[in-house]
Structure formats: C-alpha cells, structure tokens
Write a new protein. Structure first.
Length: 150
C-alpha cells in the first residue's frame, strides 16, 4: 500500500473540517508555547502567571513553579504535534490537560470567571478535533497508517 489516499477515497468536507480545526488548534498552542519558551522565558512565565498570581491560594509554591515552567513546553510540544498531525492522541491529552489546568486556575482566582477569551474557543476546537479524529486524512498519523496498512 502506498502512502497516498486509497483509490476512490476522497477528501470529504468532514476531513477538511478536521484538518482546519486541527491546524488552527495546533497553531494557537504552538505560537503560545513558542512565545512563552523563547520570548518571555519559561521561568518568567512561571513567576508572573503562576507563582505571583496564585501566591495567596492554598497551592504550594513548588507546584506553581513546576506547573508554570511545564505549561509552555507542553503547549509548544503538543501544539507542534497537533499542527503536523502526529501523535494526535497524546497531543490532545496534553492540550486538554492544559485547558483543564488553566480553567481551574482562573476559577480559583475568580469563582465566577467568564472564560470566553481563550479557554472556550480553544476547548471547542479541541472537541471538534476529537469528534472528527477519524475523519482527519491530512495528518501524519493517517499517512503513516495508510503506508503501513496491508
């Protein structure tokens, strides 16, 4: 079996929708992670967005530092994986974890937090990607599966 689409297999509107949603989601997290790692710096991100922001909560400082440093790398790595469509399940798990963590943090700081600016659009894109997971033909995972299929 070659790496091309099977004979008669076409790219449906659902496969294009999966591609577009996955690509946008990947770009959003890749760029956020890239900026946090290479422009701002993971330590500055941790200090400003986690340690200082949540210093007056019950969360221990070590957990704020660890999480604040890890999140940019998870965003960068999982955003890259999602962008190219390789290891999409692992990428979705990582990005979902970041979204849950961010939601928890915002709600901890402000229990009636209206999280429409970042969390909801990214979560909706992730849900769309997951719902259309099997329809995504334009990804490295799909290409590899077709290439190794008997």
């Amino acid at each position: 079996m070659n790496s091309e689409l099977k004979a008669g297999e076409t790219l449906t509107p659902r496969s294009w929708a999966a591609f577009v949603a996955r690509t946008i989601l990947g770009l959003i997290f890749f760029m956020a992670g890239f900026w946090k790692v290479f422009e701002l710096g993971a330590l500055r991100h941790a200090q400003g967005m986690f340690v200082e922001a949540y210093a007056d909560t019950f969360l221990p400082a070590w957990s704020l530092w660890a999480t604040g440093v890890a999140v940019p790398f998870v965003e960068l790595a999982c955003g890259t994986l999602m962008l190219v469509g390789w290891q999409r399940r692992i990428a979705a798990l990582g990005l979902g974890g970041v979204l849950i963590l961010v939601t928890f943090g915002h709600l901890l700081a402000e229990p009636l937090y209206v999280f429409t600016a970042h969390v909801i659009p990214r979560t909706l894109l992730l849900v769309i990607v997951l719902l259309l997971f099997e329809e995504d033909r334009l990804c490295l995972d799909g290409w590899r599966a077709r290439r190794t299929a008997p």
